[in-house]
Design a protein around this ligand. Structure first.
Ligand SMILES: [Zn+2]
Length: 421
């Protein structure tokens, strides 16, 4: 660590598992002095490069926590050649134009993006007052959809990429800037008993978000969210495939329903933790692919994976990527009070699954929409196991097993509101 250009510790300070670095305030607070701090992120996996340095920033006296974000240099996918519509080599990137009187609270509310994400995306200093940025553009992280998008030339990035011989470009060029399509790639292969490819998963996330670009994974849009430290598509797909096999979520129907539910639970693979400042069941708030909630559920899961650390630090279920995914698979087969959810996925009984996962009606409509999108995208109707089931995707109270439960009977009218006409 160095302050004002002078090293203050001989060896680099090491961050803990959550990326936190703890040091004595006397290191950064010296009376009468403005201290400028520079942080370099690196470890064995990601060695130092020109991108490891975060822009220098001013330490604010009395601060206890400063959030920093390392540049993500592994996910640049610029378009190098005109796409199929012959659009030029530019793409849109949304930003917020700072107006007089703007506050971070208002910008967060308008854009749905955490202020610290914006600060670090734009290489700003937390100490800089917003009033001095009036007239400047604050760019949102790539993949954000909210706010007004305006065209910006990104040729600069493309040039850097060419120089470094980044292998992203040839892959994108082959497909003319268009995401790989599942139809052409796997026309004869349904999803039964095979892994998802990274490209398929990217397309799934993009289509469910109705986004023009492939969104970044695991960037919570609210401060109270949390996400695994490893945000790469590769790692998420690896973990997804691992738990789908382990928990026998292995057919087209099972995968369809699992993905639709999980997409809703994680706010679109953005947060592995339930949003909210304080919740009555804290610290055992919802975490993981399917919100693991309440102490008794954490206890069962911690026993199942034989890791007592989870009870001491329940946050692990949102930050350790293996647990983020494992807890989802576990809940689907063993954790839900409604039983083994594979059974209802096999029957395409979405009303039952919605209750089995959520325990209520939160996101009921969205979950139906996700299933409809995925049926088309993943060609579920063509799966030989599903057969020519003309009822696939048509859901109603009277055709659901939920009507045979006490909960179902009590809420009959609520369910019927979602029935297709
Ligand atoms: Zn199939």
């Amino acid at each position: 660590m160095s302050i004002n250009g002078h090293p203050v510790s001989e060896t680099p300070l090491q961050a803990d598992e959550k990326g936190r670095l703890v040091f004595h305030p006397s290191l950064v607070e010296q009376p009468g002095k403005v201290l400028r701090i520079k942080v370099v992120f690196w470890n064995e996996q990601y060695p130092k490069t020109a991108h490891s340095e975060v822009p220098e920033f001013t330490w604010l006296t009395g601060k206890k926590i400063v959030r920093l974000r390392a540049y993500n240099i592994y996910e640049m996918t610029p378009r190098s050649i005109p796409n199929e519509n012959n659009e030029p080599t530019t793409y849109k990137r949304p930003y917020h134009l700072v107006k007089p009187g703007d506050t971070w609270e208002r910008i967060e509310k308008e854009t749905g993006i955490n202020q610290y994400v914006i600060i670090w995306e734009n290489g700003l200093d937390e100490a800089t007052p917003l009033s001095t940025l009036v007239g400047k553009k604050l760019y949102f992280p790539r993949g954000s959809r909210k706010g007004h998008a305006k065209s910006e030339d990104r040729n600069k990035k493309t040039d850097i990429n060419k120089k470094e011989g980044n292998n992203v470009l040839p892959v994108r060029s082959e497909n003319n800037g268009k995401p790989l399509d599942i139809v052409s790639q796997n026309a004869d292969k349904c999803l039964c008993h095979r892994d998802f490819t990274v490209d398929e998963f990217k397309l799934i996330i993009q289509k469910l978000h109705k986004s023009k670009v492939i969104p970044n994974l695991w960037i919570p849009s609210l401060k109270t969210g949390a996400a695994p430290n490893d945000k790469s598509y590769e790692s998420s797909v690896k973990e997804l495939n691992r738990i789908l096999e382990k928990y026998e979520i292995n057919s087209c129907l099972r995968k369809l329903h699992f993905l639709a539910q999980v997409f809703h639970e994680t706010h679109g693979f953005r947060s592995a933790q339930e949003y909210g400042k304080t919740l009555s069941y804290d610290p055992y708030r919802g975490r993981g692919l399917i919100h693991l909630t309440h102490r008794f559920n954490y206890k069962s899961f911690s026993n199942y994976v034989n890791d007592e650390a989870i009870m001491i630090n329940p946050h692990l279920v949102a930050t350790k990527i293996e647990y983020v995914f494992e807890s989802g698979g576990w809940y689907w087969r063993k954790g839900s009070a409604w039983g083994d959810l594979n059974k209802w996925a096999d029957k395409d009984d979405l009303y039952y699954l919605n209750i089995g996962v959520n325990g209520g009606f939160i996101g009921f409509k969205e979950r139906i929409e996700y299933v409809h999108t995925l049926i088309k995208l993943l060609h579920i109707k063509e799966c030989s196991q599903v057969g020519k089931n003309g009822n696939l995707g048509i859901y109603s109270y009277s055709s659901s097993d939920i009507r045979n439960t006490k909960y179902g009977k009590r809420n009959e009218q609520k369910f019927k509101k979602f029935d297709m006409p």
